[in-house]
Write a protein that binds this ligand. Structure first.
Ligand code: BGC
Length: 473
């Protein structure tokens, strides 16, 4: 009996090792030996979009009517302030008034494009009410950008929405998408003669996970099923909005995309089957749920024992002209049935950013590879590093751009790169402590100063950036 038990244990152990050996071989650690790489060897297409990015709530200031201005005055489920140090966006970087200065900063950098978002809550403060001054405001920004040969790339929903919309249940109710559709139609009618690049939603999985699965973004639901439903409804809304824009005379020649951020989940211990499982569950939830929808038309969102939401629209792959890729880093992942937020930790052996993840510039190559399965042009709509001391940013940018250039050399259709962010700004629930900007902002005087890391970007941009005379199609 003992012999038999021992034999079974030995066979099972061997099988376990064999399986893990196979996973280790099939999915090797993807790290580059930077000491062997000349990262100045770069190649980019002539008509490449070189840009920086911001989002309304994070930079404009004076938001009083949105999900975020409400959220900043709440406590989370643990009774703590929803934003670190109880900060509020407040005046932010006063970009609302200082946009001419900021456009000048862009010109100094040499970029040929600017990605920014419209504040839905400023433009549409009450149900059915549209504020003409705000509409004109963005029109002026667009004109000022074009006057400087900077192509606008507009995001229609960047985590911020009117409070009245959130109070109606937001995207939890499919019928509420009509409000967003109306907003989008008005925006395209107002700006579509001059704006040709549109992204509907920013980082759909970040938004749904942080706002609905957790209580980090408003409305802070803490309910995985709600997250799955909201994501489904956002995807449906995107497809509707795409078709609406294309039917408008002002939308005819526009390029419409959605922004997906790819974050990688590595098994923390590569010889533990559960850690592999954890990394796959996280990837399926965070990456595959929306990527698959635009690749195959099939949507599947699941959280073990909590949510299982499915939907199909085989036409979905035809509702993006390009895919916006946001990339930041990767996490080491363990399997946890409950307390999902404790599954993730920084990957060992890599230098840290100021966020809870490490510096992993070569990951952008993997992200491009992965997202290329959608068979659409790729625009890197965001990437960057939180680096308060500004002692890692320059090298990060150099290496990341090398990785992007390698992807282009291999034939991946990458059409643009927007560094996040132009200026230090309000980093959502983390407040003002995380500094992603190419320019530092003095919070008292609002004076902007180019950082050393910003100079590195400027040098590369000035070498490659040409005015855009023909938009990708
Ligand atoms: C978001 C930005 C954010 C940045 C840095 C992205 O998740 O789109 O709004 O500031 O990453 O965390």
């Amino acid at each position: 009996m003992l012999k038999l038990t021992l034999r079974i244990i030995t066979i099972l152990s061997l099988l376990y090792l064999l399986l893990l050996g196979y996973f280790n071989y099939k999915y090797p650690v993807q790290k580059w030996d930077w000491s062997q790489i000349d990262s100045s060897n770069l190649k980019f297409p002539e008509q490449f979009l070189w840009g920086t990015a911001t989002a309304a709530h994070q930079v404009e200031g004076g938001h009083t009517n949105s999900n975020w201005s409400w959220w900043e005055n709440q406590n989370n489920k643990k009774g703590e302030p929803t934003v670190a140090n109880n900060e509020k966006a407040g005046l932010a970087t006063n970009h609302w008034n200082l946009y001419p200065t900021d456009i000048k900063l862009m010109k100094d950098l040499g970029v040929n494009s600017y990605r920014f978002s419209l504040s839905w809550s400023k433009i549409n403060p009450k149900e059915g009410v549209y504020d003409s001054e705000s509409i004109e405001h963005y029109s002026n920004i667009i004109d000022s950008l074009l006057a400087k040969n900077i192509v606008p790339n507009i995001t229609l929903h960047h985590f911020e929405e009117p409070l009245w919309f959130m109070q109606k249940g937001g995207f939890e109710h499919e019928e509420n998408s009509q409000y967003f559709e109306l907003f989008v139609v008005k925006m395209v009618q107002a700006y579509g003669d001059r704006v040709k690049i549109w992204t509907t939603f920013n980082e759909i999985n970040v938004y749904t996970n942080l706002a609905y699965m957790a209580d980090i973004f408003p409305p802070g639901k803490n309910n995985s099923l709600s997250a799955g439903i909201v994501l489904k409804n956002i995807l449906i809304t995107h497809t509707k909005v795409y078709n609406l824009i294309k039917k408008l005379p002002e939308g005819k020649n526009s390029q419409i995309g959605i922004v997906k951020d790819i974050f990688f989940f590595e098994p923390k211990n590569r010889w533990n089957l559960f850690d592999w499982l954890g990394s796959w569950v996280a990837d399926a939830n965070f990456n595959a749920s929306s990527l698959d929808f635009f690749e195959t038309g099939k949507y599947h969102f699941s959280v073990p024992f909590q949510a299982n939401v499915n939907y199909e629209d085989l036409n979905a792959p035809q509702t993006i002209d390009f895919i916006g890729l946001n990339y930041y880093s990767h996490y080491a992942t363990e399997f946890k049935l409950i307390e999902h937020e404790k599954m993730f930790s920084p990957v060992e052996g890599e230098a840290m950013t100021d966020m809870d993840y490490t510096i992993y510039p070569e990951g952008i190559f993997r992200a491009i590879e992965r997202i290329s399965r959608l068979k659409k042009p790729i625009i890197i709509t965001e990437t960057g590093i939180a680096d308060n001391k500004d002692d890692r940013r320059g090298l990060f940018i150099e290496r990341e751009l090398y990785a992007v250039s390698e992807a282009i050399k291999k034939g991946y259709d990458v059409r643009g790169y927007y560094y996040w962010s132009l200026i230090d700004n309000f980093e959502w629930s983390l407040g003002y402590s995380k500094k992603f900007g190419l320019y530092a902002v003095d919070q008292n005087t609002q004076v902007r100063t180019l950082k050393e890391g910003g100079k590195v970007y400027q040098k590369i941009v000035k070498k490659f950036s040409k005015p855009i005379n023909k938009l990708p199609n």
